[in-house]
Design a protein around this ligand. Structure first.
Ligand SMILES: *[C@@H]1O[C@H](CO)[C@@H](O)[C@H](O)[C@H]1NC(C)=O
Ligand SMILES: *[C@@H]1O[C@H](CO)[C@@H](O)[C@H](O)[C@H]1NC(C)=O
Ligand SMILES: [Zn+2]
Length: 267
């Protein structure tokens, strides 16, 4: 609770500062799509389709073990975000990265522009109410994008985050098969040269209870450091990843060699 209070006071301070200094138009118009980490030796473990009932146990486990994850949330999917407000605040305040997985998990390429935009902005409004900021990272449902949706997402200021390691947990629900997916995808990879983004879903009990603990141990054994997506793209200095905002970005571009691109957008 104390940590959360300190965080909110500091975030408030930063948000006032950034409102005055916000520099728009720094992202390219068309959203960039990432499949892997940019920083060698990093590994972003991501969980989609929450918030849902198993997320609380996962958060507790991650925090107890001082590990970081990225969560791509829906507004209404397996759960309704309005029923998980406290949980989402706790995830945010604990320094995990929250990204958008759209309001209702529709394939954005099958919607017209108005509908697609609403899938993003409706969830932005929910985030604004719950944590006071909106994400800059999004995962398209089904990993599905086309030129039109990338243009829209770019205009809305999002980075599109897909993956290069797929646990296939939604299909298997079976630890041994999911481990095999990881082993196949990472066979022969070199942490000195590359980093990876992996996909799983917090809506399966086996993923939270069995796969998650194994994955963190496994990637560390291979020589990778588990970090958030923001850190794995080199957008954030780990020291202040949770707090880097547009304000930090301006400062950093002048003085800190581009280490602190905004993680969230203050609305
Ligand atoms: C987008 O689709 C919705 C629902 O199908 C429709 O009501 C709306 O007119 C469409 N908008 C445009 C710009 O095509
Ligand atoms: C890793 O790749 C090597 C060579 O390509 C192969 O012989 C080995 O069976 C693979 N191991 C796994 C676990 O897939
Ligand atoms: Zn999904």
């Amino acid at each position: 609770m104390l940590l959360a209070s300190i965080f909110y006071i500091f975030a408030l301070f930063i948000s006032v500062a950034s409102a005055l200094n916000l520099e728009e138009g720094q992202l390219p118009k068309k959203a960039e799509v990432y499949y892997k980490c940019v920083k060698p030796g990093t590994f972003a473990i991501t969980f989609d389709d929450g918030p849902f009932e198993y997320g609380r146990g996962l958060l507790e486990w991650l925090n107890k073990n001082k590990l970081k994850a990225t969560f791509f949330y829906n507004g209404e999917g397996w759960g309704k975000i309005e029923n998980y407000k406290d949980h989402v605040r706790r995830v945010f305040a604990s320094g995990h990265l929250i990204g958008s997985h759209t309001w209702s998990h529709k394939d954005l390429t099958k919607l017209n522009e108005t509908e697609a935009k609403e899938e993003m902005t409706k969830l932005e409004n929910a985030f604004k109410e719950i944590i006071g900021v909106r994400p800059k990272y999004m995962r398209p449902p089904f990993g599905s994008t086309d030129e039109k949706t990338l243009q829209l997402l770019g205009e809305l200021g999002y980075y599109v985050i897909n993956w290069n390691v797929d646990s296939m947990d939604w299909l298997y629900n079976d630890l041994a098969k999911e481990q095999e997916q990881y082993r196949k995808a990472l066979n022969g990879t070199d942490p000195k040269k590359e980093g990876h983004i992996s996909l799983q879903h917090e809506v399966y009990k086996t993923t939270v209870d069995d796969l998650a603990p194994w994955v963190y141990k496994y990637v560390k054994e291979l020589g990778y450091k588990p970090v958030t997506v923001a850190e794995c793209l080199g957008h954030c200095n780990p020291r202040n990843c949770m707090l880097c905002t547009a304000r930090n970005r301006q400062i950093s571009e002048k003085h800190q060699k581009n280490q602190d691109i905004a993680t969230y957008i203050i609305l």
